[in-house]
Design a protein around this ligand. Sequence first.
Ligand SMILES: [Zn+2]
Length: 157
Amino acid sequence: MGKIRVGFGFDVHRLVEGRELWLGGIHLEHSMGLLGHSDADVLIHAICDALLGAANMRDIGYHFPDTGEEFRDIDSKILLRKTVELIGTKGYRVGNVDATVCAERPKLKPHIPAMQVCLAEVMGIDADDVSVKATNHRKVRFYRARRRYFRIRDRAY
Ligand SMILES: [Zn+2]
């Protein structure tokens, strides 16, 4: 059996009006969407970073720069598929994914099974090997403190 490695990914995107909301590879009906150069699927971006980190292959911005016109409004599922291919070049494959989405709105719970199926299909693994958890940070003062950070990251992937 080969070496088992674990990676961690983190991503933040601002929720704005006039954008479609894509999360976990699926489209969610909502009045706002995430701002970004790609479709801004924050969950997929964090997964890509975790996979790249596990393989010690830098990060999503390194492989898919937000200055690249070819990545403008790109479906992040394509980036995830490319990421799985990238780690494959070093002999790694995805064992399982465990992810947490922090969002106040919309309610994500009803959409989690569809996200699991979608993400698993893109990565070529079983839906049972994809865990998606949802939480909100309404109970802590995290959100306001992060506003400055959100602004800095406006141009992030
Ligand atoms: Zn991102």
